[in-house]
Write a protein that binds this ligand. Structure first.
Ligand code: TNX
Length: 491
């Protein structure tokens, strides 16, 4: 019970007793609630995946309390908010109670970490079958922050629907609730825009190093939105502008000030491209893009990037961001931008995403902030000088560096109340497939997830023990993780 990541608010193991899953175990979902039924089904499939186990029957109607049940109850739990839960395990039954389905889902993720790793692997060796026992006790839990994010750069290298679903599957283990997708950059445009078809037809066809790229059709993006939503993750779309736009500029000559389309770009430089901010067609283009993507998302957010613009004087940059902020607002979304937008006049709903370790201008006045300092939370930074993958412009990030900081107090002058939470971005200049992504994300992603969920107190030795205990589960899931030398990995 003391191994859970992110660390729960309170864990009280009982002195003795345990619940045993048997053929007779049933999972009773809150009657009449489709989310609760889906979550019950998730738990049932998990148990059914272990060797020799049948998936427990799921009940979705009113069923009398009886021994041998796992009950998922929507009720009223004090101080649990929309995402908290209470998990009670006794010999007779397991009960998860929450105010909202998200809380039931997180309670199930906690229970999952108390189950043996065989539940993660359908093809586990049958003679390894063991009785499935969970120790008795009580866990009361709720998140510290509302924004517990990961980001995947699908522009530098493209990751297809199945790959993104796999990443989502791993994120839910650690109670992440936002997946920000960096959908366009110099090297590729990755989402179909029906009114500007050449963006993907031409601009989606390559990647860093000159691969074939790829893109999401609107239908496949909608499928991802749904897949994430069913797992209580909000997809946050980003179209970076006015810089990081070579793929768009290459696809439509009219977006360039000189009316000439540049070639597609497959290198890894930044800062050289910009939309033509003086042309009306640029704003028509942005409006179409925000409207079409906005219609596909259940998210109230639209991320406009806004980073690393080297080709515009500050005044032109300011005017551009203010105008785009209006377009995003008109389309019913809250704007998010990287921290270069902070000095500008922002709406109270606009969210600033802090990333530059030294870029603090204007942050103290931001009403809403996401913390993703590159020297702590950038999962594409190398672990140390020997890491083959990744970059090192923000330094090396070992596990302790990723873990040992506080998003609430990192920035002097920023009130804790303005901090929405944390995010762990993965930029993919050097990462070509999910094996690479997983190697950089694990084990640092769980560290950032804990900063987002758990109370502020940090204890490296305790965290490192809990992290080491995750290894058999990652092995069962086939996660290509880095066995960082500072952690004692369980076999
Ligand atoms: C900086 S983070 C960038 C990205 C790069 C990343 C590589 C940010 C807002 N801009 O364009 O991919 O560094 O670590």
């Amino acid at each position: 019970m003391q191994r859970i990541i992110p660390k729960p608010v309170s864990v009280e193991p009982a002195p003795d007793g345990a619940f045993t899953f048997t053929e007779a175990t049933t999972i009773v979902a809150q009657p009449g609630n489709a989310d609760a039924a889906r979550i019950a089904q998730f738990l049932s499939s998990l148990i059914g995946a272990a060797p020799d186990k049948t998936p427990p029957r799921v009940e979705t109607t009113v069923v009398a309390d009886a021994p041998g049940q796992v009950r998922l109850v929507l009720g009223s739990v004090a101080d649990a908010g929309d995402e908290g839960y209470e998990l009670t395990i006794a010999a007779e039954r397991i009960t998860i109670t929450a105010n909202k389905p998200a809380g039931l889902f997180y309670g199930v993720q906690t229970l999952r970490q108390l189950l043996p790793p065989e539940v993660e692997y359908e093809a586990a060796i049958p003679d390894k079958a063991r009785p499935m026992i969970v120790p008795a006790g009580r866990i009361v839990d709720r998140p510290r922050f509302v924004w517990r994010g990961a980001m995947l750069d699908v522009a530098r290298h493209f990751f297809n629907v199945e790959q993104v679903k796999r990443y989502i599957d791993l994120l839910v283990l650690y109670k992440i609730n936002r997946l920000h997708l960096h959908l366009a950059d110099d090297q590729g445009w990755r989402i179909e825009i029906k009114s500007w078809p050449n963006l993907t037809k031409h601009g989606g066809g390559t990647a860093v190093g000159g691969g074939t790229g790829g893109f999401y059709t609107q239908e496949s993006y909608a499928e991802l939105v749904k897949y994430a939503q069913d797992r209580f993750i909000t997809l946050v779309p980003e179209i970076d502008m006015p810089g990081h736009t070579n793929a768009a500029l290459a696809s439509y000559p009219e977006l360039n000030c000189d009316g000439k389309a540049p070639s597609l770009y497959t290198g890894i430089n930044v800062g050289f491209s910009t939309l033509c901010v003086d042309k009306d067609v640029t704003y028509k283009f942005i409006d179409d893009v925000v409207r079409e993507i906005g219609a596909l998302s259940t998210a109230p957010y639209f991320h406009i990037g806004g980073d690393e613009v080297q080709k515009l004087p500050p005044e032109q940059y300011r005017q551009f961001i203010e105008r785009v902020q209006g377009i995003v607002q008109k389309n019913g979304k809250e704007m998010i931008g990287w921290d270069e937008i902070a000095p500008i006049k922002l709406l109270p709903t606009t969210i600033v995403q802090h990333w530059r370790p030294k870029g603090h201008e204007g942050l103290a006045k931001a009403a809403r902030l996401i913390m993703s300092p590159a020297n702590r939370s950038y999962l594409d930074m190398k672990y140390d000088k020997n890491t083959a993958l990744g970059l090192n412009w923000a330094g090396y990030i070992d596990i302790r560096t990723a873990y040992d900081w506080d998003p609430g107090t990192l920035l002097a002058g920023v009130p804790a109340s303005a901090v929405l939470g944390v995010e762990a971005p993965i930029w993919s200049e050097t990462l070509g497939d999910m094996f690479d992504v997983e190697f950089m994300a694990f084990p640092r992603l769980p560290a950032i997830a804990e900063l987002g969920w758990s109370p502020a107190a940090r204890d490296w030795d305790n965290f490192s023990r809990r992290l080491g205990a995750q290894a058999p589960r990652w092995v069962a899931l086939g996660v290509n993780f880095y066995r960082a030398p500072e952690v004692d990995w369980e076999r």
